[in-house]
Design a protein. Structure first.
Length: 243
């Protein structure tokens, strides 16, 4: 019990240090932009600085929202009521919602069901939905103009496997695990600014682990062996129907 308590304290201290570091960057940028804005009279320069201020405010807002969610996630997962969740229905609903919204760069969201069999797991419907929303949002942010995000579901033995694929640049091999670290991000700075805190994939892994599953990333390759996208796969234990 004492060891567990110390581990928990260490985890809280690391999280607090990470939060302080991540908040300091946009705050420093915001302070510099405000100071420059007060000194310049050039209209074009003022508009550029105002854009920096708006972007930094969006970034801070996104960070605070995701940090709040991450800080209460563990306690919520341990207390929440679990139930049978139909992953096929969950994914169909999510893809229908995304498809009904205008996606950036004309990106399409597609759902594919492989094989048959009920894809029922025991868990928290809202949080499992959050996992796949985070993965789809991540795939969309890296997708090229007119690209497609492919969501695939299959039942394989005692588990269900759901994957989200994009047609983006792929992930550097050294970062295939790092992408699940808190606040890690390697997306272009100008893309979807303020919409990504670097916590989405870390939160997804935490939720999946609490459901007895795992999630991992890998690169897709074409016939010449070149990277042509990334795939994130979620594996969850299947709930077998009672005899």
């Amino acid at each position: 019990m004492t060891r567990a308590l110390y581990d928990r304290i260490d985890a809280i201290e690391r999280f607090a240090a990470d939060v302080a570091h991540e908040l300091k960057n946009p705050l420093t940028s915001l302070r510099s932009a405000v100071e420059m804005l007060e000194r310049t009279t050039d209209a074009e320069a003022r508009e550029r600085l105002a854009a920096v201020v708006r972007n930094d405010v969006k970034r801070i807002d996104r960070l605070i929202t995701d940090i709040s969610d991450a800080s209460r996630l563990e306690a919520e997962l341990s207390r929440a009521h679990t139930e049978a969740v139909d992953i096929e229905r969950l994914l169909e609903t999510l893809v229908a919602i995304y498809s009904g919204l205008e996606q950036p760069r004309g990106i399409r969201i597609e759902f594919h069901r492989e094989g048959s069999g009920a894809a029922i797991v025991h868990g928290i419907d809202e949080r499992l939905g959050q996992v796949f929303r985070n993965l789809i949002d991540n795939a969309v942010s890296f997708s090229p103009e007119g690209g497609a995000v492919r969501v695939t579901l299959a039942v394989e033995g005692p588990v269900i496997r759901a994957s989200v694929e994009d047609q983006g640049p792929g992930i550097p091999t050294a970062d295939l695990e790092r992408v699940f670290e808190r606040f890690f991000t390697s997306r272009p700075a100008e893309r979807e600014f303020g919409k990504n805190s670097g916590l989405g994939l870390a939160i997804a892994r935490q939720i999946v682990a609490s459901h007895g599953g795992r999630v991992w990333a890998e690169n897709l390759r074409n016939a010449e062996g070149k990277k042509c996208g990334a795939r994130f796969t979620v594996e969850l234990p299947l709930t077998r129907p009672r005899a």
